[in-house]
Design a protein around this ligand. Structure first.
Ligand SMILES: C[S@@+](CC[C@H](N)C(=O)[O-])C[C@H]1O[C@@H](n2cnc3c(N)ncnc32)[C@H](O)[C@@H]1O
Length: 195
């Protein structure tokens, strides 16, 4: 009997992509009270860093990260939906952060960047990725030695076992667990690129 599906939600099984039309629902006025990206990432991100926000959606985390990296840093906001990226661009301009945020349209199975990264974030998006192993391998290659990768997945969509499997795959790819930070409504891991 195949029991591989137990513990998976519908979203995980079908790899549903969060449509751009739902962006206002996710990035609503209350979200800053639940998730404060500057507070969440301040311990790991410093001025001048190059940071990837993969699956950035409408850019909630990208904006917070851009405030931390400062004028010498760069946030690459990457997503597979160009409409999401358009929202990121507009918000970056409104916030006076457009010099720190570059948008990048990726393919579902290929991020397609050349830059070396200090830090990468996948906020509530890994459960939408069609090939998690290939995704983790690509992030691993993009990170500098000792670069860190912050994954948080929504508890509501992603079962405990499914998240454990993501961590296991990360370790198989070469990541080590650095920390288990706390993010509201999330299951979270901070990974570090092993040598
Ligand atoms: C639930 S939303 C989260 C958005 C944002 N990280 C946030 O927390 O507000 C997931 C986002 O991941 C994007 N996404 C899904 N699969 C992707 C992939 N393989 N590569 C890059 N982005 C992807 C979707 O287009 C969507 O914008």
């Amino acid at each position: 009997m195949n029991i591989g599906h137990i513990g998976y939600s519908l979203a995980e099984k079908k790899k549903l992509i969060c449509p751009w039309q739902l962006a206002p629902l996710i990035d609503n006025r209350l979200r800053p009270f639940v998730h404060n990206p500057e507070k969440i990432f301040a311990p790991y991100v410093a001025e001048g860093m190059t940071v990837l926000d993969v699956g950035c959606g409408a850019g909630f985390t990208s904006l917070g990260l851009a405030r931390i990296v400062g004028d010498r840093g760069l946030v690459i906001a990457a997503d597979i939906q160009s409409k999401m990226l358009r929202m990121v661009k507009e918000r970056a301009v409104r916030a006076g952060l457009s010099n720190r945020i570059r948008v990048h349209l990726c393919e579902p199975v290929h991020i397609g960047l050349q830059e070396e990264l200090d830090f990468a974030v996948a906020f509530f998006m890994v459960h939408e990725v069609p090939d998690v192993r290939a995704f983790l391998e690509e992030i691993y290659k993009l990170l500098k030695a000792d670069g860190r990768f912050f994954i948080t997945e929504p508890k509501i969509h992603v079962g405990f076992r499914a998240f454990r499997r993501v961590i296991q795959e990360s370790q198989e790819v070469g990541f080590e667990i650095a920390e288990r930070p706390s993010v509201r409504f999330g299951q979270t891991v901070l990974l570090v690129k092993g040598n």
